[in-house]
Design a protein around this ligand. Structure first.
Ligand code: PLP
Length: 358
């Protein structure tokens, strides 16, 4: 078996043991004579998978009974609209921070649905960063404050969150479960599965239950969090296969230990940033104190060499290093499941490439 080093931003690399477990159970799930994809979502077999996925998330993140854990279709992008539909009442204002491309998308949807105050805007600054807590201009009595925990494209990440005011809503699509967070500091956390949690096909939503009661009565049923809380994310057919893989990934995470994963993530990112900083041939694109541990972004001093860098890396089995089409440059997405050996191998390729082209 030849596995490449997969630096793709999402969908992204998964633990090999998860893929193997899924393969082994694919055709005949635990002697049931059918796969989990073919099994009724109302049956006991799938119910156990669904319940374990939720229980694992609750355990790993320390989610109390004040919060619901939901699996909803439409990815993280659908949540950009769900949140204002459910949480932003008539005449109220929601505070949003603009830290880059993903925050901007969330803001665009919210503006279609209600009043938005941009509490800080550094979305188009280069080098890239997230706002500091001190610079936020918050609205008194805001419905909520939205942050993008990790900007996947620019590689900037919040290290501490602005807590203590309006309910904090965080898009954690690209750094969920990469580090410990105190869920009680948040009103709502959401994340598409396909970066750190599994395959695409659903978003994980963790919502303080009282916030779901704000929704106007006239909202269509499927667009109310309350509907899905009441039905345990089974109001309609859930994305069973995605949730099954999520269950396996969270099992794997529990076996690793979140603290260990976090430490490994910090070490992996530090090794890569050290290689970037250690040479004038490369230059990081995010402000140092905001550098993401999940998406490491940089440029070559000679940007004309970037296509060649990506091409040669690809030929050596380093896949997906090309920066997002909107910003160019190089991006290494190194989520939980990305192996440390892959970082060492990339660093030695970078040195090699510099020696030949520097
Ligand atoms: C990938 C990503 C999204 C979009 O996720 P989809 O599930 O494709 O809608 C939203 N926010 C962030 C921060 C992301 O990285």
């Amino acid at each position: 078996m030849a596995r490449c080093f997969n630096f793709c931003a999402g969908p992204a690399t998964l633990p090999v043991s998860v893929l193997e477990a899924a393969r082994d159970d694919l055709v005949d799930y635990q002697n049931s004579g059918m796969s989990i994809m073919e099994s009724s979502h109302r049956g006991a077999q799938y119910a156990a998978v669904h319940a374990e996925a939720e229980a694992n998330i609750r355990e790993l993140m320390g989610v109390s009974d004040d919060y619901a854990v939901l699996f909803l279709q439409g990815g993280a992008s659908t949540q950009f609209a769900y949140i204002p539909i459910n949480l932003l009442g008539e005449g109220q204002t929601a505070d949003y921070t603009n830290s880059g491309a993903w925050a901007a998308k969330a803001i665009k949807e919210a503006k279609l649905l209600g009043n938005v105050n941009i509490a800080a805007d550094c979305g188009s600054e280069i080098p890239t960063r997230v706002p500091s807590i001190e610079e936020l201009q918050l609205t008194d009595g805001a419905a909520y404050l939205h942050v993008t925990s990790n900007e996947t494209i620019s590689g900037a990440q919040w290290k501490t969150f602005p807590t203590g005011g309006a309910p904090l809503v965080a898009d954690m699509s690209s750094d969920i479960l990469s580090r410990p967070v105190d869920v009680n500091q948040f009103g709502l956390i959401y994340a598409g599965l396909q970066k750190n949690l599994g395959p695409s096909g659903a978003a994980l939503v963790i919502i303080r239950k009282d916030l779901a009661e704000r929704v106007p009565e006239s909202t269509p049923t499927m667009f109310k969090y309350a509907t899905h809380i009441k039905a345990g994310s089974m109001f309609n057919t859930p994305p069973c296969l995605s949730i099954y893989i999520l269950m396996l990934v969270t099992r794997w995470l529990k076996a690793q230990g979140l603290e260990n994963i976090y430490k490994q993530n910090v070490d992996k990112a530090a090794a890569l940033y050290a290689a970037i900083d250690g040479s004038d041939f490369y230059r990081g694109t995010a402000v140092a104190e905001c550098r993401s541990d999940m998406n490491v972004t940089w440029r070559l001093a000679n940007e004309d060499l970037e296509p060649e860098f990506v091409k040669q890396a690809d030929a050596r089995g380093f896949k997906g290093l090309k920066g997002h089409r909107s910003v160019g440059g190089i991006r290494a997405s190194i989520y939980n499941a990305f192996p440390p050996e892959g970082i060492d191998a990339l660093v030695s390729f970078m040195k090699d490439f510099e020696a030949k082209n520097g």
